[in-house]
Design a protein around this ligand. Structure first.
Ligand SMILES: [Zn+2]
Ligand SMILES: [Zn+2]
Length: 250
């Protein structure tokens, strides 16, 4: 099952893009501007290799870690349910029953149509790791996005530094200029995408929300406003504690 998940086009696409960015950064830009045998060039290449290794390790962890399934013996606690009367309690419990898995779902668990099972604290199904992002691999996913952002930003700065160091009057052949511009635009796009994704997850972590809960909360807040009430996300326990719940969890 795991092997089948690894052998997917999106995962190979990520490996290809990472390999390509690593190759052009180290063997074309750093080699061309500093030389890999020079002290400056070798430590720049070493730092980038370390970042690439950290990214690759996190990527493997995200792909291979089980996001967290619902235990088969799980039963909802009727008494702990926040709704008051018996009829509403029964409706709430029915809503937490997954007809596809024929089990009850704990709070924050959702059914993933791709994985065909319920996932604990499900954030979303990520095609790039071909896995769900849930309770057990959310921290690894955030760390992966951090490494991806730093790695892309490092590559972008390297390309910019090389472009500024080059004497374009003498070495400014057109194909070389096109290569610099194309590579720079590609890495800039990756840096902005990863940076935006990281900002989004920092915002979600600060509020102890999953991506699914964000959209549910938006609707709940709109309904509350219509009734003249204010909505408070039930799992939000304060920004600092929300972050510790993610980073100090298993
Ligand atoms: Zn299910
Ligand atoms: Zn999934």
């Amino acid at each position: 099952m795991k092997l089948k998940r690894i052998l997917s086009i999106p995962i190979f696409s990520v490996i290809f893009v990472v390999g390509f960015v690593y190759y052009i950064t180290v063997f074309i830009f750093i080699e061309d501007c500093y030389g890999l045998s020079s002290p400056e060039g070798s430590w720049k290449a070493m730092i980038f290799t370390l970042l690439g290794a950290l990214f690759s390790f996190s990527f493997c962890v995200c792909v291979l870690t089980d996001p967290g399934g619902v235990p088969s013996q799980f039963l909802p606690d009727m008494e702990e349910n926040p709704v008051s009367d018996q009829e509403n309690k029964t409706t709430a419990v029915q809503q937490r029953h997954c007809d596809k898995c024929s089990t009850y779902k704990p709070p924050r668990a959702h059914h993933c149509r791709v994985c065909r099972r319920c996932v604990l604290r499900m954030d979303h199904h990520c095609v790039w790791i071909n896995n769900c992002v849930g309770l057990r691999n959310y921290k690894a996913f955030v760390v992966l996005v951090v490494y991806a952002t730093i790695t892309c930003a490092y590559s972008l700065i390297t390309i910019l530094c090389c472009a500024l160091r080059k004497d374009w009057d003498f070495s400014g052949r057109m194909p070389l200029k096109i290569f610099y511009i194309t590579s720079g635009m590609m890495v800039l796009g990756l840096t902005l995408t990863m940076g935006t994704l990281l900002s989004w997850h920092i915002y979600l972590m600060a509020r102890n929300m999953t991506t699914i809960e964000y959209y549910d909360a938006k609707r709940a807040a709109w309904l509350a406003r219509k009734s003249g009430l204010s909505y408070h996300h039930p799992f939000d326990v304060g920004t600092f504690k929300n972050f510790t719940l993610v980073f100090l969890s298993l």
